[in-house]
Design a protein around this ligand. Structure first.
Ligand code: PRP
Length: 188
């Protein structure tokens, strides 16, 4: 599936490239100020957060390390969270005593981060905060304290900038709203 095909499944562009870059620079400034002179480990939740992480970390002005964790809650073809979360890949880093900042692409029901934060808290980090590029407050089922939010967005299925449609289109440089009923598979 090619980037050029995105128009076929796009209802509208919700957040254009330049707004994303501007907002990520602002988030990076805030994080750099808040953690100045302190240890910082970014924990990115695969896969959706990879584009956000790579832009965010390059905009940070303080030393930091990164690690990854993969969990799964949406199956291919699913358009809503199943509410069932499982660890697919765990951290390589021991986070005991570390300042951990979770980096997410989107918070929807809150089920994923509720699960992840409960697991990570048991490992006794010095601090545990959350940074998400996108936030859908209207969909929340579990209250999650979010420390850094890029954009609060309405309840549409969004894709691009790391977010997928059936595992495709993560490479798009903007966040778009999916056309109703559209899928990544080409029409017959
Ligand atoms: C997305 C997103 C969050 C989760 C949010 O991941 O990256 O981890 O869903 O939904 P929730 O708040 O309702 O739990 P997804 O399962 O789509 O995996 P991906 O990042 O690999 O695309």
């Amino acid at each position: 599936m090619r980037t050029q095909d995105a128009a076929r499944i796009t209802k509208e562009v919700l957040i254009p490239e330049e707004r994303l870059h501007q907002r990520i620079r602002e988030l990076a400034q805030a994080i750099s100020a808040d953690y100045a002179g302190q240890d910082l480990l970014l924990v990115a939740i695969l896969k959706g957060s990879v584009i956000f992480l790579s832009d965010l970390m390059r905009a940070l002005t303080i030393p930091h390390q990164i690690d990854f964790m993969a969990v799964s809650s949406y199956g291919v073809g699913a358009r809503a969270s199943s509410g069932v979360v499982r660890i697919v890949m765990d951290l390589a880093t021991n986070i005991e005593g570390r300042n951990v900042l979770i980096v997410e692409d989107i918070i929807d029901t809150g089920q994923t981060l509720d699960y992840i934060t409960r697991i990570l808290r048991e490992r006794a980090p010095k601090s545990l905060r959350i940074c998400t590029l996108l936030n859908k407050p209207s969909r929340r089922e579990i209250e999650i304290p979010v420390d850094y939010v890029g954009f609060d967005i309405p309840n549409h299925y969004v894709f691009g900038f790391g977010l997928d449609v059936d595992e495709f289109y993560r490479e798009l440089p903007y966040v778009a709203i999916l056309k109703e009923g559209a899928s990544a598979q080409a029409e017959e």
